[in-house]
Design a protein around this ligand. Sequence first.
Ligand code: ADP
Ligand code: MG
Length: 729
Amino acid sequence: MSQLRFKVVDEAFNRKADPVSIPAERPQEYYGKYVFNRQRMFEYLPADTFKALINAIDNKEALSREVAESVAQGMKQWAIDMGARHYTHWFQPLTETTAEKHDGFIEHDGKGGVIEEFNGKLLVQQEPDASSFPNGGIRNTFEARGYSAWDISSPAFIMGNTLCIPTIFISYTGESLDYKTPLLRALNSVDRAATAVARYFDPEVRHVKSYLGWEQEYFLVDESLYSARPDLMMTGRTLMGHESAKNQQLEDHYFGAIPSRVEAFMLDLEIECHRLGIPAKTRHNEVAPNQFELAPIFEETNLANDHNLLLMSLITEVANRHHFRVLLHEKPFAGINGSGKHNNWSLGTDRGVLLFAPGKTPKQNLQFITFVVNVMAAVHRHNGLLKASIASATNAHRLGANEAPPAIISIFTGSQLSDILERIESTSNSELSDLNNREGLRLNVSQIPEIMLDNTDRNRTSPFAFTGNRFEFRAVGSSANCASAMIALNSAVAEQLIDFKNKVDARMESGESLRDALLEEIRELIRVSKPIHFDGNGYSDEWKAEAARRGLDCETSVPVIYDAYLRPESIRMFRDAGVFSEVELKARNEVKWEMYTKKVQIEARVLGDLAINHVMPVAIRYQSVLLDNVSKIKAIFPADKAAVMSSTEMETIEEISRHCRAIKEEVEAMVDARRVANRIASEREKAIAYHDNVVPRMDTIRDHIDRLELMVDNEMWPLPKYRELLFIR
Ligand code: ADP
Ligand code: MG
């Protein structure tokens, strides 16, 4: 039985780095090679088509039929020149992965042969037979049609030999069935709202863009070890496994050398990223053993998110090539750090100004403060919703766990920004006028490095941190589609900015100066959003109590956290921002609850099987070895002596029995709990039943198994142990 374990451990530990074929050219030469970017558009499209397409992209306008037809021809030609044979609409259903259905370019030529065909209609719109994607009941089976439509703001690309066209995915009645549609709507909404406010400071501003720089954390496991762990294979995390004596205590992984196998993989991945136009820049070890991170240079949010999704498929493929399996799960291993996907987020004008960065003049700094306090107010108002936007069955293992952000949203600002906010709050407008010079507001250019400094030493326990020129939403999970968080955040900030502008305008109508009106409203926002501001240790128990006193959302049950989407203030906010209708919100929550239930259900089944079929038989076999030994001792030695000699074995024998009995009882109880939960019709109630009655049993079962792991003969233990899984040679 254990032979398999020793075999795979041996294979894993003896594996050498795979060679990487490094292109002869420099990155700038192959960067974006597989992307139909502006350069390719220029080369492959007639001049007037090119102009019309760029105009439509830049001004968010629709394409005419003729232009689409012409673009399709050029795109097809490029794809064929690149060796592509198929095309697909690439979209983001509510499953956290991307979906595609490949079609060949070939069509009958009417003479018994085929030609390679692709037209504007196929480019612009398709009807994937998508009745199997989650839709929360929006599409009944008799109307199981949705359609995908080209998102011209994200360029087409080639993966393998398939031309991939980024698309939105909606039902025939217009409801979104994906992440991209509401994300684009949220980005439009924040563009409009932020542009209106930015014009107070610069009337020439025409658009405000939202930027996203994600940091993808992941674990690597050798493929042989992975294949000997059914739990990893089926759920993406280990459902059992006693802590390794050594894990991250020595903090030796973070800045340690990257193992050569991993380095080869990373290099390969980076080259692939660059070919696909993903600006991968940073790579390093993370806190936990076998944990790593990849971060690109930030981009506009919609594109950055497409790139993250692309990266998640790419990383899986490249890892496989190097005999690794990549784990994007938030918590593959208990007891050590989980994986997040920090979302570095900012807003910037089309005039090149980052709105969360202090500037050189008092005016720019007033603008900076304006935007920062509006974000704080929005996060405060919708803290429960923002938490719901990152909550999932998998992220739940990371949120609230010791080494991760707690399940409470708060904002870390750092002492510099805190001081500034305090001074603005406690100083009258007229006095602030002298603060508006260099020394006064303490926000001139010479202070920027100081702010950065302050924030590099920043608080790592905060789920939402100001980091010098951006905010970093850290609670996002490593396996998530960032769009979920970005939709909620950008929409909430849009709502807040609209509200702010209305109030400032009203003050100006009654005779206040712009500056006074802004400062009054800023002061008000500083005051009301105080409860969200927390620079202390977010992992402490005191903070949990304090947060509850401050009225922040402290709910920890994921199915209940999702309720935040259906609160009147959320429904109103999303409706006004034009992001979600109430029907969409309800449908999407149904999907969230269903997904939650399914994930827990699968884990519970796998755990039950492993407990009964893998662990118990081995424990019992070991027990019978001990029993055999005891009976031999008793046969040979006098009774009193034998009793002393076999006392250790006897204790172990009894303990094994106790654990096995407990496992059996708990597995039965867990199966019963599932049976009861499965009969509940409401998706919400069902998910809650899974959370309340199934998850705790899984924890108990694991506990008993992990104890057995420590007792049973190492030679017999069937599953690779943490100490074997976690250290790449
Ligand atoms: P750290 O790990 O210290 O947070 P990294 O360099 O790993 O920093 O990641 C920071 C991420 O933030 C990168 O993707 C970077 O491009 C991005 N970023 C930097 N400035 C901004 C900004 N103004 N808006 C959005 N993202 C940004
Ligand atoms: Mg970071």
